[in-house]
Design a protein. Structure first.
Length: 94
């Protein structure tokens, strides 16, 4: 029996990562097959714009958790920020 080096062994963590990446690629293939405009620059730009606020909050929360700061609730912080932005937009006349 051939022993593989330790770095090539399939651990549970690597298996989860491979399954997640495989499902991600499968979803991309399915959506691109169903909709012809999936890989257009307009759609990719729209998806990136929609994901940007969540990404910014995730980076901020990562820094808070790494530095040992207070564990803020991401959902509450997002709701408060959305409410403040909506009120500012409503009353500023924009």
């Amino acid at each position: 029996m051939i022993k593989r080096p330790k770095k090539w062994r399939l651990t549970q963590k690597r298996a989860r990562l491979l399954i997640t990446l495989g499902l991600f690629v499968l979803l991309i293939l399915v959506f691109s097959g169903v909709n012809d405009s999936f890989f257009t620059s307009k759609n990719i730009n729209l998806m990136l714009r929609e994901a940007a606020p969540v990404g910014i909050i995730a980076v901020g929360m990562t820094f808070v958790i790494i530095t040992g700061g207070i564990d803020l609730s991401v959902g509450s912080t997002l709701a408060l920020t959305a409410m403040l932005c909506a009120n500012m937009l409503r009353y500023s006349g924009i």
